[in-house]
Design a protein around this ligand. Sequence first.
Ligand code: GDP
Length: 297
Amino acid sequence: MFDSLSGRMTGVFDRLRTRGALSEADVAEAMREVRLAMLDSDVALPVVKDFINRVRERAIGAEVLESISPGQAVAKIVNDALVEALGGAGAVPLNLNAAAPIPILMVGLQGSGKTTTAGKLGLRLGGRERRRVLLASLDTQRPAAQLQLAQLAQRAGVASLPIVAGQTPVQIAQRAMETGRREGYDIVILDTAGRLSIDEALMEEVRQIRAVTNPAETLLVVDAMTGQDAVNTARAFNEAVGVTGIVMTRMDGDARGGAALSMRHITGAPIKLTGSGEKLDALEDFHPERVAGRILG
Ligand code: GDP
């Protein structure tokens, strides 16, 4: 991930650094290259425009151009703008400020890595943070989905809601919350059904589940490999059901990275977590400054 973008960005700034004195034209030329590199990496056009404008405004000034190392100064401005595009300094933590059992709702398209991420969260919150976690699959669409989550829960060492045939997703959600209250769970992770595409039935189901569970977090899981589609999916989910955080999976793949850079600007929702593999411990907090550092090499 970010390999191509990073390669081109470092190329631009290596050249700027060796130049010594810089003119406005040098900066403009560098910004043209950065713009192309971002577009080639699938960063959404409005995000690229906003980014370039910000950098240009800050970089074209006597203070920067006449500084001792103007190339370095411009690189710093680009770094700061990257951090802003990625959501600002520091990871945004999960909001767990609610009365137990705290509901966390997982939403997303089928194949995005939603169920795996539910298992990863179970491991993190149950294992490392030692909270009592209950996993519940509300996916009545795919016959094997509830079983898949039960197996993941077992691997993560946390409980899963017993499967009762014939219940609707809303009924399962209510039963999960009742079980959570009765049996003293701290956190209930609710994994909703995914669909192949965004449809009104899916959104309505999520809205109903939200209404009966009042989740502290509604986490949208998106696949980084799907590029601009991941951003469009996020925008649609956010408009239809409200998303409090995004989990971007398959960061271990060779996605060009544009989705990560576009997400905050286009959807308003922060990327909170990333998935970097199939194993249950491959879940990381999203640190914009570290990602910016990786892009600039
Ligand atoms: P769901 O349909 O959204 O619930 O998707 P699943 O959780 O079943 O995941 C689909 C596939 O993606 C599975 O084979 C997972 O092991 C895999 N997967 C999930 N997250 C990641 C990730 O971060 N990296 C990689 N490489 N694979 C992942």
